[in-house]
Write a protein that binds this ligand. Sequence first.
Ligand code: ADP
Ligand code: MG
Length: 332
Amino acid sequence: MSIRAEHLTHIYGQGTAFEQYALKDVNFEIPDGQFVGLIGHTGSGKSTLIQHLNGLLRASSGTIYYNGEDIYAQGYNMKQLRTKVGLVFQYPEHQLFEVDVFSDVCFGPKNMGLPKDEIAARAREALKLVGLKEKYYKQSPFELSGGQKRRVAIAGVLAMRPEVLILDEPTAGLDPRGRDEILDLVNSLQDNRGMTIILVSHSMEDVAKYADRLMVMSGGEKVFDDTPKNVFRHYKELEAIGLSAPQVTYIVQRLRENGVDISEDLTTVAEAKDAILKLLRDKGRLQAAGKPDPGAGGNAGASGNAGAGKSAGAGKNAGAGAKKASGRKGAR
Ligand code: ADP
Ligand code: MG
């Protein structure tokens, strides 16, 4: 099963003087359980695109198929679609409004017309998923920290038990800790629940670590759609559309330019660390054996600390950013 967009085009204010193409002939298919990063500069059409996926916005032309069904077909159950494809808006905490956290999370399932017990059970389940402790349930959402508020808002969507979770810039405005909490949470939803994730972001660092696939938008068009590694190879083109590859990509690139034999496919800090340590160790071994070093053609800063005694695997975060196996990992 999947979400498929065919020739999706959206024009705001069509037929008026303010006509604006926000999406131009966008095509893709996202299979179940994939983690997709949707990237693009401000105004590139990301928010417009995702609002089509649960039927909030209607395409000017083209269509969307959810699990093979055309969502614009007559009699299609849009209300149900909105529970299956959960959308967490940008700054979702602005939409918290109930007197306490628990009531707020109940709003979605209540709207679905579920029985009372079921509503409460789902709210509990969702709050547990986002890791919010019970002592907060009866608090006003406004008393919580920024990261906690955002988790409550995500719980509100999860309480509808969606199959697909779309998050629009979920880390915007959070400190690094809040950001990591949200990203780890989203990642665990894919890993443990097999959810399909679409994460909108303008930060490459955010998506490099988690996404199976990146779709890059520019001016309403999809300009790249590939694995993060393959997309980051185009870092010069990404810069031209106001984006950049993860910082580590640039460091690796500089090392390569200086003759260091390091793979250009390293996109996370953990991967680069492992590779650099390995180079240093190999170099140390060669030097100890009195052999010339074939690894570094130039004088790139890869000399010096060889054999510092720290093995690549010993670091706390070693491998944390390594690419996860893709595909569905949980049964639904
Ligand atoms: P992003 O989420 O990537 O920043 P958006 O989807 O919000 O991009 O916007 C895409 C384009 O559509 C931009 O040029 C934006 O100005 C325009 N746009 C967005 N929302 C509206 C709207 N409600 N009315 C008119 N134009 C809009
Ligand atoms: Mg947006």
